[in-house]
Design a binder for this molecule. Structure first.
Ligand SMILES: *Cc1c(COP(=O)(O)O)cnc(C)c1O
Length: 391
């Protein structure tokens, strides 16, 4: 229970809900209802049914033989890349859209950086016939044209955020501003970030990843617990899902991998746990990259899904308590890991997921050590980058 938030949404000193007064009724409504809804039979039936027949779960747990041989360990890949829409993000959007419907909401708003969460949100809004508005930085709209096209085709309205650096944090600010003006909308947040109860709610919806892992590991190895779980961390939702049912089993080693960009000390990085300090971002007290005046420092990573300037409060707490070990991988290391997995296993991973794979050569692995790498997404969206650097 140590890693569950308290009644006010705090993991140790991290978390809480730092929100404008005008949002209080909305957040309170969610806080008062989310656990009851998630635990209800009605929700569980609908959620599990969609995960099975629409998303394609359970995602396979695949013993990567050649990768195992190469690194001298027993390495499994949890194949979130095989989900509908290509990543773990849909586990969360399916869950939250059911919660929004339960609360009687008819209009959904979301923020997106690279567009992956925007697509996952637009997808479930199409499925449920709900109006969808996605806020996206103007710079990102230019950089991520295919995802913008997908969202539009799915019926979403994409609203450009034109303030600041015109990227994810500005899109989030715009979404929050809109939410204040339209309190009847449901804000569908894409990671374990934002004010309580979002971090806990999203972690519970992604927890299906480790729930399945337990069953699959038991079938394949005879034991529910692996020795080590590795996952990449942007905001932290795929890692939260992969760690969730193992948080209190302290003998399971948890490794969170952040994007080091051009190097942790290069000034072009997104390694929040190494560079961040305690502060408040998007309604939550956590660690974030900031300058001496508390202004957010723009993060950098080759992978759009990992360049978030903070991490969710659960991860800040896992870092502070040392329950999880935080490692990082540079752009170059992630690219190499992606090419390697493609060559030896025939799986093209998302650049984000490649960061998790990239720490394998940095670890002191044992032959019988059971390692699960959470393969958060597939690499189709990153082909342009992969082709550019392919020698
Ligand atoms: C968005 C994304 C991430 C990062 O988000 P988390 O909330 O940290 O999981 C990682 N991998 C993929 C494939 C993504 O699309």
């Amino acid at each position: 229970m140590k890693f569950q938030p308290d009644n006010n949404g705090y993991y140790g000193q991290f978390g809480g809900a730092f929100i404008p007064e005008l949002l209080y009724p909305n957040v309170k409504e969610l806080e008062d209802n989310y656990i009851q809804i998630i635990e209800s039979e009605e929700f569980q039936t609908a959620y599990k049914d969609l995960l099975k027949h629409y998303v394609g779960r359970p995602s396979p747990l695949y013993l990567a033989k050649r990768l195992s041989e190469k690194y001298g360990a027993t390495i499994y890949l949890k194949r979130e890349d095989l989900n509908h829409t290509g990543a773990h993000k849909v586990n969360n959007t399916i869950g939250q859209i059911l919660i929004a419907k339960h609360l009687g909401k008819t209009k959904i708003i979301a923020e997106t950086g690279a567009g992956q969460h925007g697509v996952a949100t637009a997808t479930v809004c199409a499925l449920m016939d709900l109006e969808c508005v996605v806020f996206m930085g103007e710079t990102d709209i230019k950089r991520q044209a295919p995802n913008v096209a997908r969202m539009k085709m799915l019926g979403a309205k994409v609203v450009p955020a034109t303030s600041g650096s015109k990227t994810l944090k500005d899109a989030t600010n715009e979404a929050i501003r809109y939410w204040i003006q339209h309190p009847d909308t449901y804000y569908l947040i894409g990671s374990v970030v934002g004010p309580h109860p979002y971090p806990d709610m999203v972690a519970r919806l992604q927890a299906v990843i480790s729930e399945e892992m337990k069953v699959q590991l038991k079938e394949q190895t005879g034991k529910e617990n692996p020795d080590t779980i590795i996952a990449c961390v942007g905001g932290g939702s795929n890692a939260a899902g992969a760690f969730y049912h193992y948080l209190d089993d302290e003998e399971v080693e948890l490794i969170a991998v952040e994007a080091a960009g051009l190097g942790v000390d290069s000034g072009e990085s997104a390694a929040t746990s190494q560079l961040g300090e305690v502060g408040v971002i998007h309604g939550s007290k956590t660690i974030l990259m900031q300058d001496e005046y508390g202004q957010i420092v723009e993060p950098y990573s080759i992978s759009a899904g990992l360049d978030y300037p903070g991490v969710g409060p659960l991860h800040a707490y896992l870092h502070e308590t040392k329950r999880a070990k935080f490692m990082n991988a540079t752009d170059k290391e992630a690219l190499d890991a992606a090419y390697e997995l493609t060559k030896i296993e025939g799986i093209i991973p998302a650049l984000e997921s490649a960061h998790a794979l990239a720490v394998l050569p940095k670890m002191d692995l044992q032959k019988d050590q059971v390692v699960v790498v959470n393969l958060s997404g597939r690499g189709d969206k990153d082909l342009e980058t992969y082709i550019k650097y392919l020698e």
